[in-house]
Design a protein. Structure first.
Length: 271
């Protein structure tokens, strides 16, 4: 069910907050109910607010239906007094602040009861993000629908059983785009080592990953394993490469170690 809030304030309009705001407006969120609170808003957000009629900053008596927290973790305490004023008893608080648990949010917004903690990733900027979220038990049915509408407007979305799974989502998809970019760098470097001009190797590596990603997007019913098999002829060049990547110390094991390291660090950052 699509359920846009009647009013919303975005606290923190950096890259992720700004990307999500653009996605919401493109998806159908009414701009006349939107306010932005940021002590130093980026020029593109100032322009967006002017062009779409957003309120910036919110008026002193603004009582939004939803408060979205998108500040950097180290800025949460500085923003806490404003958050506490905005997050009234009937407000839904949605946080995309890395490492901050629902208990941390409740301490900064003691009047609010309904909280959602979410972890998106940077492709949300182009509507291709991946977001996992967990909610506390105080959400009404409408608030849950609103949260799902907001978070699915910028890409793939799933509810998690509880917030203990957020660190795993952070390690897998939150940090995941960097793993893909690192793969492109490694492929390009390998191509250059075979004699290709560096710029050609990078262009081909990027194009390959872009195309493979588009195949995944356009064939949702086909598993990644099947798509891999479709490229692999027995005894061919792809099979030779995959024999290395799928060795005991190959890509799968390396990825498990990498994501486990990210998961461990996410837990440390959360305290």
């Amino acid at each position: 069910m699509t359920a846009w809030p009647k009013s919303l304030v975005l606290v923190g309009a950096g890259k992720m907050g700004g990307a999500m705001l653009r996605g919401w407006l493109a998806g159908g969120l009414a701009p006349d109910g939107v306010a932005v609170l940021d002590p130093a808003p980026p020029p593109d957000i100032v322009e967006l607010a002017r062009d779409r009629g957003l309120t910036m900053p919110p008026p002193p008596d603004f009582k939004p239906e939803v408060v979205v927290l998108a500040v950097k973790p180290q800025m949460l305490d500085r923003a806490a007094p404003a958050i506490s004023e905005l997050a009234h008893g009937g407000a839904l608080v949605v946080s995309i602040i890395a490492g901050k648990r629902i208990a941390d949010l409740q301490a900064r917004a003691p009047k609010a009861r309904a909280f959602v903690r979410a972890m998106p990733n940077t492709p949300a900027a182009i509507g291709r993000g991946v977001t996992g979220a967990a909610a506390n038990a105080a959400l009404t049915a409408r608030q849950r629908d609103i949260a799902q509408t907001l978070l699915s407007a910028v890409g793939v979305f799933d509810w998690l059983p509880d917030e203990t799974f957020i660190d795993a989502v952070t390690a897998l998809s939150g940090s995941g785009p960097a793993y893909v970019f690192a793969l492109v760098e490694a492929m390009a470097a390998a191509g250059a080592a075979l004699g290709l001009p560096a710029e050609v190797a990078m262009r081909f590596a990027r194009g390959t990953v872009e195309g493979a990603g588009e195949l995944l997007a356009r064939e949702p019913a086909v598993s990644a394993a099947q798509l891999r098999q479709n490229v692999t002829s027995p005894g061919g060049t792809t099979a030779a490469a995959l024999a290395v990547l799928r060795s005991p110390e190959g890509l799968e094991e390396l990825m498990k170690k990498a994501i486990a390291a990210a998961h461990k660090r996410a837990g440390e950052l959360a305290g």
